[in-house]
Design a protein around this ligand. Structure first.
Ligand code: SAM
Length: 291
């Protein structure tokens, strides 16, 4: 595999497929329109490493030819393959800790009071392989053990992602030690998992059953998602343009109940949407309350 500067052609794996700058630009336009992801010019290597297999298997002679086919109607399977390959699905258990401490110590006690008349509904809006919604489910379980009788009417976690590949793994709820080692304590491993085949561990049913997975593109509509008490939309807005972010945050506001909470990633913010959300400093951690 060869690497190059952004103005040169690049060579793909051993298949010797060359990407010209105009072809790369065309592909970036397709990707942004399909899922919002903006590829910086220096990210050509991502296309190189992630699309090589699809190009080779489909016997496309160039990235330009693949992009042209993607632009034609009726290629949903190919489009899905490309989106699965181009999304970054990095995730871990209890990522950044603070959101989960805030959930357990502030949000659940507060919402449990209102939850005597309604089920609690939480949306994990870019759930990747499931670590985020399952971490939320574990926190709910721990909260209910500490406060028996709380959340009597039950709770529901809807977890969505654009990538069908990660959703398949998430639904399986089986993880290898390497993935489990990322953020999960020994205590929680013993409490919430049981050994499965070949060094994998399987999540126990009571944690798994609380979560429903569904394919959803954040650029589209959010049917049957709301009204939600809490939305986790973490570490996905970073990939989008300012106007896409704004549009998504406005739609999230619509699915949140008034007074519902939004939790973003550590490097993400609501921008200038102060008319829709109040910022709450939890020290440590920031959350947003829907007006
Ligand atoms: C870096 S992961 C973050 C996972 C998790 N929220 C966390 O913080 O650990 C970003 C996820 O966003 C998903 N994603 C990217 N574009 C999306 C879109 N337009 N709609 C829905 N999900 C998208 C990717 O498939 C990926 O699984």
């Amino acid at each position: 595999m060869s690497h190059s500067t952004q103005n040169e052609d690049i060579t793909l794996n051993d298949n010797k497929i060359r990407i010209t700058q105009p072809e790369f630009d065309q592909f970036c336009l397709f990707l942004e329109k399909a899922c919002g992801i903006l590829l910086a010019k220096h990210k050509q290597y991502l296309v190189e490493s992630r699309l090589g297999k699809i190009l080779a298997e489909g016997e496309y002679s160039s990235l330009g030819q693949l992009t042209a086919v993607l632009g034609q109607p009726g290629n949903s399977c190919l489009k899905e393959q490309v989106i699965n390959a181009m999304t970054t699905n990095e995730t871990l258990w209890f990522r950044d800790i603070h959101p989960y401490t805030i959930l357990k110590e502030k949000l659940l006690p507060e919402l449990a009071v209102n939850a005597s008349s309604q089920r609690l509904k939480i949306w994990s809006a870019a759930c990747s392989t499931g670590q985020e919604p399952y971490s939320i489910s574990m926190i709910i379980d721990e909260f209910k053990s500490e406060y028996p009788g709380a959340l009597r009417l039950g709770e529901e976690i809807i977890a969505t992602d654009i990538s069908t590949r990660v959703l398949e793994q998430a639904r399986l709820a089986e993880y290898e030690m390497l993935a489990l080692g990322r953020g999960l304590s020994q205590d929680r491993l013993k409490k919430f998992f049981e050994p499965s085949v070949e060094e994998a561990w399987k999540l126990i049913p009571k944690i798994k059953q609380r979560v429903t997975f569904r394919e959803l593109n954040l650029l589209g509509e959010y049917p049957d998602i709301g009204p939600c008490d809490i939305v986790f939309c973490r570490n996905v807005l970073i990939y989008f343009s300012t106007s896409r972010k704004r549009d998504i945050l406005q739609k999230i506001h619509k699915v949140l109940k008034p007074g519902g909470y939004l939790l973003l990633g550590a490097s993400e913010s609501i921008g200038n949407l102060n008319d829709l959300f109040d910022m709450i400093h939890c020290r440590p951690g920031i959350i947003y309350k829907a007006k």
